[in-house]
Write a protein that binds this ligand. Structure first.
Ligand code: CA
Length: 221
């Protein structure tokens, strides 16, 4: 049985596109446009993951997320057009697992769904997992530790903890600088280049760090 993704989104064109991509990735998809109807459906038959739009008729995404959290830990990926909502969505108030800001690429959304399901499924997931050891400030891929500079560690650790999430150069610059190290703007590209080279020594056939044109980078595993 394919795992079922419930898409709660009232923009029917967008919902159809998401459903197409979700099905192409090997999942089953169901679309519901109304918050109240979605809650009733979730109570009847629990999906494996819920893609939940924030602005909905019936019951909005935040209220629906809270209502679901009263009886289930099902992974919830919120869609929002408002970046300022993100803290509330992910915080205790709503309890979403992750978010994607509109407009987004359906491909990125599917990557995020896979990551959340893998996380929810525990460490038994297939594929080489990158592990961040914060106390040792070290990163392991499989059984191999990467030999990283402090700035490289800062950048990769943050990206590895949010796979599928796009980080701008400016964000990464702040992250690299968090130890008050001297880092200039161009240095981010140099760090990424070095990180790719180091990752390639342990994962020769996998592109771990992806460039996002005009924006920055993201990690996919
Ligand atoms: Ca909407």
């Amino acid at each position: 049985m394919n795992r079922k993704i419930l898409i709660v989104e009232d923009e029917s064109d967008l919902a159809a596109i998401i459903a197409d991509y979700v099905i192409a990735a090997g999942f089953a998809a169901e679309v519901i446009a109304d918050g109240k109807a979605a809650l009733a459906s979730i109570r009847r038959a629990m999906p494996d993951l819920i893609v939940l739009d924030l602005m909905l008729p019936g019951l909005d995404g935040l209220a629906l997320c809270r209502a679901v959290r009263e009886f289930s830990d099902v992974p919830i990926l919120m869609l929002t057009a408002r970046i300022e909502e993100v803290d509330r969505l992910l915080g205790l108030e709503a309890g979403a697992d992750d978010y994607v800001c509109k407009p987004f690429s359906p491909r990125e959304l599917v990557a995020r769904i896979k990551t959340i399901l893998r996380r929810a499924g525990g460490a038994a997931a297939s594929g080489p997992l990158m592990q961040v050891d914060e106390s040792a400030r070290a990163i392991r891929v499989g059984s191999q530790w990467l030999d990283l500079t402090p700035s490289e560690y800062n950048v990769l650790a943050v990206m590895a903890k949010r796979p599928g999430t796009a980080f701008s150069r400016a964000q990464l610059l702040d992250i690299a600088r968090s130890d008050n190290l001297e880092v200039n703007d161009r240095a981010i590209d140099t760090h990424i280049k070095n990180l790719r080279r180091k990752l390639a020594t342990v994962l020769p056939d996998v592109e771990v760090i992806h460039s996002i044109y005009g924006l920055g980078y993201r990690v996919d595993l």
